[in-house]
Structures are given as C-alpha cells and as structure tokens.
Design a protein around this ligand. Structure first.
Ligand SMILES: [Zn+2]
Length: 274
C-alpha cells in the first residue's frame, strides 16, 4: 500500500498563486492511480476561513472514505480560542486524523499542541525554514507527534534542511515528509541518520506530480521493509491512536484569550503597535 501523506484539495479564496487559489484533484487522481498510490491525505489550500475550507475537504474525503484521509487546517492566530472547537468538528464529525499548520499564516501555538495532545493526532507544521522550532516542540510536547514537511524548507534552503536533520535524528516525536525535497543527498541523510521510521512519503499534490515525488523514495534503494515504512507504515502508526469521542473540552466562544508571547520573536520583531 502506498499512502501519499501530503496533498492539498479544494478551493482557496485568494488569488496569489495555486497555493491559495485552487487545488483540483482530477489530474492528481489519474497520476496517483498510475503510480500505484492507493490512499491520500488531504488538507485545504491557504484560506481566509479554515472552518469553511475544512468542510470542503471533508466533503471530498466523505466521497471516497476508502481513498482519503483528512487533516484540518487551522490558523494559530486567527483561530485562537477556537482551535478545540474546530478540531472537535473535524475529528468527531468529519473523522479527520491530523492538524495542518503553516507558519506563513502564523507560528504554531501551545493551544494547537494541546488540542493535538487531547485528540492524539499528529500535527503537520510547515516551519518555513525555522527548524529550531522542532527543538521546542519536541521538548514541550514529547507526547505529540510533529511532521515537519519538506525537511523544514519548501524553499529548498539547504542550511535549514541540513540543520533540521539533527532534530529529526534526536527527537523521537519529530518526523518529516519527502514532499518537494530537491536535494536528494539530504533526503538520503535523513533516512540514514534518523532512520526510515522517521520519514513519510508525501507529494505536495496536486501542484507537484505524485509519481515524480514517489520516484525519489524508490531512488533511495531501500530494503522493502524500510521502503514500506516510508510509503505507508509510518503514517498509519501516527494516526493509529486518534481519539474520537473526546468530550468535556472547554470550548470558548468569543472569550478573550491572553496574547501569547510565543507568537512573535522579541529579538527580531517588534510586537504590533497600532
Ligand atoms: Zn503542501
């Protein structure tokens, strides 16, 4: 079985590029089928309202529950105070199995990590080169699994990706995916230094071709048992403990949540002052 653990789906409501405009699956599905990819993890494109975007993904997942898994996209700042509510809907109603967070929206928050812990779901967090965040996440939330995609940098930042390998190797709860990684030697190092149990196959479809992405995993030339971990086993393990039916979570609607100091970096940024 081959599971593509990283694919976008549905419409965005921006018009900047494919990433916030549209993630149509028709071509992807044909390409994935031809490549032998039997299941795919879907999450939204960038959107100004993730509750809405997640519902669209949920409809796609529900159309082929044997074919798709869903992850809920959340915005650490805009959704502050309602992450547990969003995740409750995503997990209880839509049977989603993970959380997607992107630093382009906002840096990950404790709120997100704590909700992930309650539901025992993995968090796929694109750090956009800030790979040191893995150190904080691993130490503060050792019981939450984090997938840091693209070896830490979709922008192909060699320094960031190289530095990330240390975190990947040292922390049992830090994982990565192969999506969009161009520097093959770093991918090889990731598998050899951290182990094949720490790397997940992902394509970043529909914008990247799933067969092209899959060929990188094949090119690693691993023993079948190790390749199998990357192609499906690792993902299945990460979502095997999802807790459905978690109740009694405080759902705060509209109540002010104190600003988290972690959301900005005092050494390089000034907090927003109107
Ligand atoms: Zn992506």
């Amino acid at each position: 079985m081959i599971i593509d653990s990283h694919c976008h789906a549905g419409k965005g409501d921006g018009l900047t590029g494919p990433w916030d405009t549209n993630a149509p699956l028709e071509k992807y599905m044909r390409r994935a089928a031809a490549a032998g990819i039997t299941r795919t993890v879907l999450f939204a494109a960038f959107h100004s309202d993730y509750a809405r975007a997640n519902r669209e993904v949920a409809r796609i997942v529900a159309s082929r529950p044997d074919r798709f898994y869903g992850f809920a996209f959340v915005h650490a700042e805009r959704d502050r105070g309602r992450i547990s509510m969003l995740m409750r809907e995503a997990i209880e109603k839509h049977r989603f199995t993970g959380i997607k967070v992107h630093r382009y929206d906002a840096r990950i928050s404790r709120e997100i990590c704590e909700v992930a812990r309650v539901h025992s779901v993995p968090v796929l967090y694109d750090v956009m080169g800030e790979v040191w965040t893995a150190e904080l996440l691993a130490n503060e939330y050792p019981d939450v699994n984090f997938i840091i995609p693209h070896l830490g940098s979709f922008a192909d930042d060699w320094r960031a990706q190289l530095a990330f390998l240390d975190h990947l190797a040292r922390h049992p709860n830090i994982y990565t995916d192969t999506s969009g990684v161009r520097r093959f030697d770093l991918l090889e190092q990731a598998v050899h230094r951290a182990g094949p149990h720490k790397v997940l196959f992902g394509s970043d479809g529909p914008w990247l071709h799933p067969a092209v992405e899959l060929s990188k995993v094949r090119a690693l030339g691993l023993a079948p048992i190790d390749e199998g971990k990357i192609l499906s086993k690792n993902f299945l393990r990460l979502v095997s403990r999802v807790r459905f039916g978690v109740y009694g979570l405080p759902v705060r609607r509209g109540s002010p949540i104190p600003a988290l100091r972690s959301s900005y970096d005092p050494w390089v940024e000034r907090p927003y002052q109107p």
